[in-house]
Write a protein that binds this ligand. Structure first.
Ligand code: AMP
Length: 541
């Protein structure tokens, strides 16, 4: 027997109608390049989204066409997030931190027809524009003030020409809504095509109390860029809930972010560890200078949140960190590190171990880990294997059918993360598969060593990578960034690590660096460290 309930499509169109009906006065705040604050409302955003849909239709955008964005986090970017999918086109967020030739590759690959670009990013755009022949129109968001240059259209003028209602089509929930490309540190970036259904379900899951717990009473700050896996779905989760949205624009330095969090009474903010490491260092300098009493949770993901960061915020500033794991391919939220029932009774160290892990899967995401032959491994918290996931917001294939080897024949996605899984379902990443260190046939977890190094008082950041070794094949080398005015000897660092690890895990060498090289989405770029220092141990012989 079939159920007799309505088959109501899970589409982003509902986000618009709900916002207009229930939250017209809710505020959206965006920081401009000149640091002034622009304030608008959900009601105005819904109206402007309709104007954008009308303008894009006039410019010839057809169902399925890709409309690119090259923008900071602000209200116009949100308008594209809403209008483009709801009109049955596909919003394609371009990563402005990539090299122009990489952006050109991605825009060409997606066959973007229109681009919405911030005036403050026109310099970057001009570096690759000629390499994307599919682009028919360029809409310039005047975030920096001033006129749109020749050969482009002024976003505001185009919107002003249009009506503030749009007859959105009834869509299938399986229709594509957004394309995000992976950051592709190995090989070409690959396109992940989110559907309306995946995006809607992801937003609802993110709102669950044991996930991000987003509600109308939140003031949300997505520090994570809107070009990085839909800003982890945070803008959609916020918009669905009617939360106030605070968009940081291009100002992502610790001082600007802390000031914004304080002035807008932010309750929930999300970003990569680097951002929070900087913020913690700023708060530590002068704990009384900033009022972050409104903040209920700081979501950290994208790479591992060091335990010292979690305890640093909690113990010195009373601030709560929520550690989450995800990928572009998972829309992106996959697991989240909350304590399970009864775990608050565990000793503090055991609680921290859970909270600093990548956590357990959110509803409808399923996890397993496998060995090199694809055999499912025991959930014993010790056996390492590659994490595989499946679920309604996990990619089933890449745009253009590339990377087919990442999808198993029995319907799982191979994440490339090397993990342990425990009885309670907690995933613990020990490495990215391309970053694992194999010493004399044994795996050494670079993430575990990094976390321990970052708990040393002199170390601000640490990245551990494989150095080539004559006898052991590979041995760990640690790159460290000192805290301002501090340093330690190799012996001191080794003594610190020896408290936690077997002798063969201890790095063979340390290199002091001014900054750990990073990818375009703020992850440690260990391939660069390997390139630069990978032969250090050979030359030492
Ligand atoms: P991206 O698709 O650029 O978001 O990258 C996804 C990858 O980032 C994952 O496969 C992990 O290797 C890494 N990652 C994301 N979140 C975390 C986390 N909380 N801890 C450790 N690694 C993470």
């Amino acid at each position: 027997m079939l159920g007799r309930m309505m088959s109501f499509p899970l589409t982003l169109t509902h986000f618009l109608s709900r916002a207009a009906a229930l939250f017209p006065d809710t505020e959206i705040v965006a920081v401009r390049p000149n640091k002034t604050l622009h304030r608008t409302t959900y009601g105005a955003t819904v109206a402007r989204a309709a104007r954008l849909a009308n303008a894009l239709t006039r410019l010839g955008v057809k169902p399925g066409d890709r409309v690119a964005t090259l923008c900071w986090n602000h209200e116009a970017h949100l308008e594209a997030y809403l209008a483009v999918p709801a009109m049955c086109a596909v919003v394609h967020t371009l990563n402005l931190r990539l090299h122009p030739s990489e952006i050109a590759y991605i825009a060409r690959h997606a066959e973007d027809t229109v681009i919405i670009v911030d005036q403050s990013l026109l310099g970057l755009f001009e570096k690759f524009r000629a390499e994307v022949p599919s682009l028919r129109h360029v809409l310039v968001v005047p975030d920096a003030g001033g006129p749109a240059p020749e050969g482009t259209l002024d976003y505001e003028r185009e919107l002003a020409k249009e009506r503030d209602t749009f007859d959105y089509p009834t869509l299938s929930e399986d229709q594509a809504a957004m394309i995000c490309y992976t950051s592709g540190t190995t090989g070409n970036p690959k396109g992940v095509v989110y559907s309306h259904r995946s995006t809607v379900l992801h937003a609802m899951a993110a709102c669950m109390a044991d996930a991000l717990g987003v509600s109308e009473s939140d003031n949300i700050l997505p520090v994570v860029p809107m070009f990085h896996a839909a800003a982890w779905g945070v803008p959609y989760a916020g918009f669905l809930s009617g939360a106030k949205l605070v968009m940081p624009g291009p100002h992502l330095d610790p001082a600007s972010l802390v000031a914004l969090m304080a002035s807008e009474r932010v309750t929930l903010a999300a970003g990569v560890p680097t951002i929070w490491i900087g913020i913690l260092a700023l708060l530590d300098k002068d704990p009384k200078a900033h009022d972050l009493s409104s903040v209920r949770s700081m979501v950290i993901g994208g790479s591992a949140a060091p335990p010292s960061l979690i305890t640093g915020f909690a113990e010195r500033h009373g601030l709560h960190v929520t550690h989450a794991w995800g990928m572009t391919e998972t829309n992106p939220l996959g697991t989240l590190a909350r304590l399970r029932r009864g775990m608050t009774a565990l000793p503090a160290e055991a609680q921290l171990e859970k909270r600093a892990s990548q956590g357990y899967a959110v509803p409808f995401v399923e996890t397993r880990h496998v060995d090199e032959a694809g055999k499912v491994l025991p959930r014993d918290g010790a056996t390492m294997g590659e994490l595989e996931v499946r679920g309604p917001w996990v990619a089933a294939s890449y745009f253009g059918g590339e990377g087919a080897d990442r999808f198993t024949s029995d319907g799982w996605f191979k994440t490339g993360d090397v993990v342990t899984l425990d009885l309670h379902g907690y995933v613990k990443i020990t490495d990215r598969s391309k970053d694992v260190i194999k010493s004399g046939g044994e795996w050494i977890s670079s993430v575990a060593l990094e976390n321990a190094l970052m708990s040393h008082p002199a170390v601000l950041e640490a990245a551990v990578f494989a150095g080539r070794h004559e006898k052991w094949d590979e041995r760990p080398i640690a790159a460290v960034v000192w805290r301002e005015g501090k340093s330690a000897t190799d012996e001191e660092l080794t003594a610190h690590l020896a408290k936690h690890f077997a002798k063969y895990w201890l790095p063979d060498a340390y290199v002091a660096v001014a900054q750990v090289p990073r990818t375009s989405t703020g992850k440690f770029l260990k391939s660069k460290l390997r390139e630069q220092y990978g032969d250090l141990l050979l030359s030492k012989k």
